[in-house]
Design a protein around this ligand. Structure first.
Ligand SMILES: [Zn+2]
Length: 206
């Protein structure tokens, strides 16, 4: 077995591990070493950028399902590394992203408003859940260990015409309730309005 080989490009003699495999050569290794091969590749892609881009695009659309599956598989396999990469990127580009998001939001205000309205219409229970969660977490009323799926189901199963009500209100003068399943009940809007964040410690628990 061959242990070393001379690179046709830099003329250096290197160990075989420094050469890429290549089925079309006699000894099944590339003529140029890995380093030179990489340089050549870079040079090639720089000179043919447009052509390669076009080629990649065509491949992408012709193999849509395959590409998507590969991406998904890759993401699954490299979940931790990808998360870390995204986190690192965010840390490095925090300010830039903030500026970009702000600009984008300003430029697309109407579009975003419309999209959010559409989303709410399409997922009425879902958007109610998230509104409630956001409100509750703002008030620090939702413990982190609460089962969000259980909350979701309560909102999802709310009979039509009823509101989801916090038995002990999230905000009241005497006590503050939690956003947890056992503090939720279905109420008719009229009862809910009558209650209006009023908590009567004497009537509760009767
Ligand atoms: Zn070389």
């Amino acid at each position: 077995m061959i242990k070393t080989k001379r690179c046709c490009h830099c003329k250096e003699i290197k160990i075989i591990k420094d050469f890429n495999k290549n089925k079309s050569t006699k000894d099944k290794f590339a003529h140029a070493c890995r380093l030179c091969g990489k340089k050549q590749n870079n040079e090639y892609s720089r000179r043919n950028r447009e052509k390669l881009r076009q080629k990649a695009k065509i491949y992408y659309y012709e193999n849509l399902e395959k590409v998507r599956l590969n991406k998904r598989e890759y993401a699954k396999k490299n979940r931790k590394a990808e998360l870390k990469r995204a986190k690192d990127w965010y840390q490095e580009n925090k300010k830039r992203k903030y500026e970009y998001d702000k600009k984008y939001a300003e430029a697309n205000r109407d579009k975003r408003r419309l999209a959010s309205r559409k989303f709410k219409k399409r997922h009425p229970s879902n958007s109610k859940v998230w509104c409630a969660i956001r409100r509750a977490s703002k008030l620090k009323a939702m413990p982190t260990w609460v089962d969000k799926n259980e909350l979701k189901n309560i909102y999802k199963n709310c009979p039509s015409g009823y509101h989801v009500d916090h038995i002990i209100p999230l905000i009241s003068k005497t006590v503050c309730g939690l956003h947890v399943p056992w503090n939720l009940q279905y109420l008719l809007p009229i009862e809910n309005l009558k209650k209006a964040n009023h908590y009567d410690p004497y009537s509760y628990g009767e």
